[in-house]
Design a protein. Structure first.
Length: 209
């Protein structure tokens, strides 16, 4: 069973609270999402392997640690996931970026892929699949499935806010994918929105309705 990591650092909790406030406008919302994504990336990448190298400081030669060349890729689920990319990239600028676009078929209600562009060597990279909201889990589970079909095996799901229903869906469908969240909320309402949540992340991010 995949693990759920709740990143409950005081700065993260504070900034999530500001994002929840309905009076927070698109500009501040974007800035907060950017900042939280960077703070979350600090924890999501905690297990990156290190290797020892020899360098010369202004004083002497020394054995020090650097990341052991493990390649990362950030893959946002369009469109709200785009708001998490820059914050993570500010910590790991060498990461490559892919994109996955999904829509829900009005008849079957199943997620359908309409766009997927990944780095050529995506199957060799650790994938950070990012989307602010993990509600029903349908889109996240489908996106993970699309990544696996393209040979990706090392995947982490990174969300700002999650509902228990979404977490359970991803854990059931993809028990090998760990989930990282900044807040675990109460439940979904009848319209599939997270309670208390923060509304539609895409609309608030881009100022659309």
């Amino acid at each position: 069973m995949s693990k759920v990591h709740v990143i409950d650092h005081p700065l993260v909790q504070h900034k999530v609270s500001l994002m929840r406030d309905k009076e927070t406008g698109p500009k501040e919302f974007r800035e907060l999402l950017d900042e939280i994504s960077m703070l979350m990336a600090y924890e999501v990448t905690r297990d990156l392997p290190l290797k020892t190298v020899e360098i010369e400081t202004p004083i002497c030669r020394a054995q020090t640690k650097v990341i052991a060349g493990k390649k990362l890729a950030i893959v946002p689920i369009l469109r709200a996931g785009l708001g998490m990319v820059d914050g993570i990239m500010s910590l790991v600028p060498a990461a490559k970026v892919g994109h996955i676009g999904l829509y829900r078929d009005p008849n079957t209600l199943e997620p359908v892929e309409y766009y997927c562009k990944l780095p050529a060597d995506a199957e060799e990279r650790e994938i950070l699949l990012v989307d602010p909201m993990l509600a029903t889990g349908g889109s996240a589970s489908a996106a993970i499935g699309f990544l696996k079909k393209r040979g990706c095996r090392n995947i982490k799901l990174v969300n700002l806010i999650a509902a228990p229903e979404g977490v359970a869906r991803v854990q059931e469908d993809h028990p090998d994918v760990d989930i990282y969240v900044a807040a675990m909320d109460e439940k979904l309402n009848d319209h599939g929105y997270i309670i208390p949540g923060l509304g539609d992340a895409g609309d608030r991010l881009f100022g659309t309705k």
